[in-house]
Structure formats: structure tokens, C-alpha cells
Design a protein around this ligand. Structure first.
Ligand code: HEC
Length: 127
């Protein structure tokens, strides 16, 4: 029994460490994409902007699923807003509406920051 519990504990720790490591990698990518997106928007490059915004929107969706699984509703909601803002950048840039795209970019950045301010990585797992 004790051994089973211990095994379960070790697996839980390993699994959460895996998620944390994976998150760090995807967040580093997000940072790069966001910087490149800013440059692409400034250069009014619709194609490049749309491509980068699409990657950020997908990452936001994946984050949303992760935090839903983790039972953290406020964090999930921020991930959803983050993804929606990226999607708006995509659609506006694709339509050549750069003013609108820049406004959505502002919301994208605000929701990146909003989530970090919650420090969800420090919360104990819900399950
Ligand atoms: C839904 C929550 C959430 C959203 C939205 C979010 N992040 Fe993060 N981010 C995190 C968490 C949690 C960490 C901490 C990871 C850790 O240290 O375990 C993090 C860490 C980071 C880091 C540090 C990574 C490292 O190597 O330690 C960067 C850079 C980053 N995020 C960039 C971004 C950018 C850019 C966006 C928006 C495009 C974004 N994040 C949106 C949750 C989020």
C-alpha cells in the first residue's frame, strides 16, 4: 500500500515536471513569436503577421486545454482570451487592417502578462 502511494507520488511529480519543462519551452517560443509578430506588424507584412499570430493562437488553445484539465478556471479563461486576441491579430492582418491588428496585439500582450501575474505554476495541483 505504502509502496503504491509512493509510486503514485513519484509519477505525479515526474508528470508535473514534464509539463513545466514543456511549458518553459513553448513559452520561450511564444516570446520569440510575439517579438517577430511585432516586427511583422510594424513592417505591415500581412502574410508573416498572420502566420505568427496563428502559431500564438494555437499555443493559447493548447494552454487553455491544459489549464482546464488542471481545474484552474481563471487561468483557463486568460488562456482563452490570449488565443482569441491572437486570432484577431491574424484575421485583421490578413485583411490588411493593421490598426485593428495592433489593438488586438495590445490585448495579446496584456493577457500574456495577466496570466504571468497569477503565477499559476506556483499553485498546487488541484487533483
Ligand atoms: C494561461 C497562462 C499563460 C499565458 C496566456 C501565457 N503564459 Fe507565459 N508562462 C505561463 C506560466 C505558468 C509560466 C511559468 C513556467 C514555469 O516557470 O514553470 C510562463 C512563463 C513564460 C516565460 C518564461 C519561460 C522560461 O523559460 O522560464 C516566457 C518568456 C513567457 N511565459 C512568455 C509568454 C508570452 C510571450 C505569452 C503571450 C503570447 C505568454 N507567455 C502567455 C503561463 C502563461
Amino acid at each position: 500500500m505504502r509502496c503504491k502511494l509512493l509510486t503514485g507520488f513519484v509519477f505525479a511529480v515526474l508528470a508535473s515536471a514534464g509539463t513545466a519543462e514543456h511549458r518553459k519551452q513553448s513559452m520561450d517560443a511564444a516570446q520569440e513569436w510575439k517579438e517577430e509578430l511585432w516586427e511583422a506588424l510594424s513592417a505591415r507584412d500581412a502574410k508573416k503577421s498572420a502566420k505568427l499570430a496563428g502559431k500564438l493562437a494555437a499555443l493559447g488553445k493548447a494552454e487553455e486545454a491544459e489549464w482546464k484539465k488542471a481545474g484552474q478556471e481563471d487561468v483557463r479563461a486568460l488562456a482563452a482570451q490570449n488565443s482569441a486576441a491572437a486570432r484577431e491579430v491574424l484575421l485583421s492582418a490578413r485583411a490588411g487592417r493593421f490598426e485593428q491588428a495592433l489593438q488586438a496585439f495590445g490585448r495579446l500582450e496584456a493577457t500574456c502578462r495577466g496570466c504571468h501575474d497569477l503565477h499559476p505554476e506556483k499553485r498546487p495541483p488541484v487533483r
